[in-house]
Design a protein around this ligand. Structure first.
Ligand SMILES: [Zn+2]
Length: 80
């Protein structure tokens, strides 16, 4: 891998990504919050309220904190 991930996309593709994902290029796969897709649902894993959007739940996602834990990314650890 060379360079940041956004170098692999055209401006138009990147623009689309920015309108689809909350954190394009980042670790999160959560969907962007819009008027029709509010973040008003609890995380199924930790139960924290207002962590996910209906689109996230439809995809079977959990909140960023739980996703990070599940994927072994623990903030504060000395792995990095
Ligand atoms: Zn969670």
């Amino acid at each position: 891998m060379e360079g940041p991930p956004w170098e692999n996309y055209t401006d138009e593709e990147w623009h689309q990504m920015c309108h689809t994902f909350q954190d394009p290029g980042g670790n999160s796969a959560l969907r962007k919050v819009t008027a029709s897709n509010p973040r008003n649902l609890p995380c199924p894993t930790c139960g924290e309220p207002n962590r996910l959007t209906p689109a996230d739940v439809q995809q079977g996602y959990q909140c960023n904190s739980c996703a990070d834990r599940a994927e072994g990314r623990n903030f504060g650890s000395s792995d990095y």
